[in-house]
Design a protein. Structure first.
Length: 95
């Protein structure tokens, strides 16, 4: 399953979300969800305790002026990469 997070981790039940993501799933951070990718943040630390495949939409990261401030363990993708993730994961859920 592909999970997409479009809200700030402070404005959703982020701990529940990361616990729902299984080993075969992927999590894409987009819109304000990119805030969860900030290096050293509580949300970022929680991510890597539970989620193996984490992606961040580079356009949304750039729009918020956060390029270069994310964890090196997160994969940057563009919209083409987003489409590839949707093709790989038939089921999706948005947060």
């Amino acid at each position: 399953m592909l999970f997409t997070l479009g809200r700030s981790p402070q404005h959703c039940d982020f701990p529940l979300l990361v616990k729902l993501v299984t080993q075969d799933d992927a999590l894409l951070l987009m819109q304000d969800g990119v805030l969860a990718s900030l290096e050293g943040s509580e949300a970022c630390e929680l991510l890597f305790q539970h989620v193996q495949s984490v992606y961040v939409l580079s356009e949304d990261l750039a729009a918020r002026g956060l390029v270069g401030q994310i964890s090196h363990n997160i994969t940057l993708i563009d919209y083409t990469g987003f489409v590839a993730l949707t093709e790989k994961h038939a089921q999706q859920t948005a947060w």
